[in-house]
Design a protein around this ligand. Structure first.
Ligand code: MN3
Length: 383
């Protein structure tokens, strides 16, 4: 394989697994960016020898620069570093796996530069889906989904016509609290929320999986990626995380993608598309599982999920507002500032608090983001 790859978020869960894929297939890594983990970033830089590394935190960036002074690797920092990497000529594909709204700008910069994107940053599409998809279409840029559910749909679409897709079946593991009542959720601790049954992920997405906000964000992500109406997406709880999602066509044939729950499969497909070559993961044995189950989600108990769906039905800035409110609430929960059920209360209250506003440019997204975060900080201070 002689593809070159730049990775934003290289020290996170997706980034480290992407580097395993790059190593296995000898992909040239031209740039790496991380938020603050310079210990791991230095290790990655010495191993993969990129041209550029970037650290979001400025102080850590200068520390890394002195540590790497025996190499010819350029060390950048802040938004500038992300921008330089997003636009760099020496990368065939940009893997955007940063966490949160902060990933939107680099996605837009890469599109502007005509660069194909492997997109793992779902907030990019949740907060700025309309902007991103329009810009990508104008520039003829391809967006390859890395999220396992969206990769599944992308895979099920191969050799078929998108125009004949009638529905997406979006599977959800249900998270660690599936089957619990709202009363039971009141007593949930941070430690319990951070334990996911099937997937090993970063803390933000693990909490989002426990509240089912993650599925709400993926619902919105799917709407933009595959140009679907909200009524064309059905969420199904599938506890085993083996069926990663499915597509129903106009003839009612349903095509699903299956595999072990390991992100390296969708990461590799996005990076190497359309190649299907050996992946550094385990094989699926259906008889080991024996039984696959499918159930309806509980929209009343898991308020984040219904709030996210309502937000995309209303459109405009609502998806951005619920996403930013959720980011702020999850941060507070991880710092023991609020209870688990407060996250859902906060995210749904955004729908009552704010009126409709449009998203026409990046500034509109940034403005909605600021308003939502401000609102949540005040809400939490008043608790
Ligand atoms: Mn997913």
């Amino acid at each position: 394989m002689n593809k070159t790859v730049a990775i934003l978020g290289s020290t996170g869960s997706i980034g480290t697994q992407a580097l395993e894929v790059c190593e296995k297939h000898d992909l040239k890594v031209t740039a790496l960016a991380a938020h603050h983990n310079i210990g791991l970033l230095e290790e990655q830089a010495r191993k993969f020898r990129p041209e550029i590394v970037s650290v979001y935190d400025e102080e850590k960036a200068s520390e890394l620069a002195s540590r790497l002074s025996d190499t010819d690797i350029r060390v950048l920092s802040g938004e500038e570093g992300l921008c330089a990497i997003a636009k760099m000529d020496n990368a065939d594909i940009l893997l955007n796996s940063v966490v949160g709204m902060i990933g939107l700008h680099p996605t837009l910069w890469a599109i502007e530069a005509g660069k194909d994107i492997a997109l793992a940053n779902k907030e990019t599409l949740v907060a700025g889906g309309e902007l991103v998809m329009k810009a990508a279409a104008e520039k003829g840029v391809k967006i390859y989904p890395v999220d396992s559910e969206h990769s599944a749909v992308f895979q099920c679409l191969q050799g078929n016509k998108r125009s004949q897709m009638s529905k997406m079946i979006l599977t959800a593991s249900g998270g660690p609290f599936f089957g619990k009542t709202y009363e039971e959720l009141r007593r949930v601790t941070k430690e319990q929320a951070l334990k996911h049954p099937n997937w090993d992920m970063g803390s933000k997405i693990t909490i989002d999986s426990a509240t089912l906000m993650n599925k709400g964000l993926e619902f919105i992500e799917a709407k933009w990626l595959f140009d679907l109406r909200p009524d064309q997406i059905e969420i199904v709880v599938h506890r085993q995380s083996v069926v990663h999602s499915a597509v129903e066509y106009d003839d009612y044939s349903v095509i699903a993608q299956l595999g072990v729950p390991d992100m390296k499969i969708p990461i590799q497909y996005a990076l190497l598309y359309p190649e299907r070559v050996s992946c550094p993961t385990g094989r699926l044995s259906l008889t080991d599982y024996g039984k696959l189950t499918f159930e309806k989600p509980d929209y009343e108990t898991f308020r984040c999920l219904s709030a996210a769906i309502e937000a995309i039905k209303r459109g405009g800035a609502y998806p951005c507002l619920v996403n930013s409110a959720n980011e702020e609430a999850v941060k507070a929960f991880l710092h023991d500032g609020i209870k688990f059920i407060d996250i859902g209360e906060i995210v749904s209250s955004v729908l009552e608090k704010f009126g409709y506003s449009e998203i026409n440019c990046y500034e509109d997204v940034a403005e909605a983001d600021r308003k939502a975060r401000q609102y949540v900080r005040e809400y939490i201070a008043a608790l």
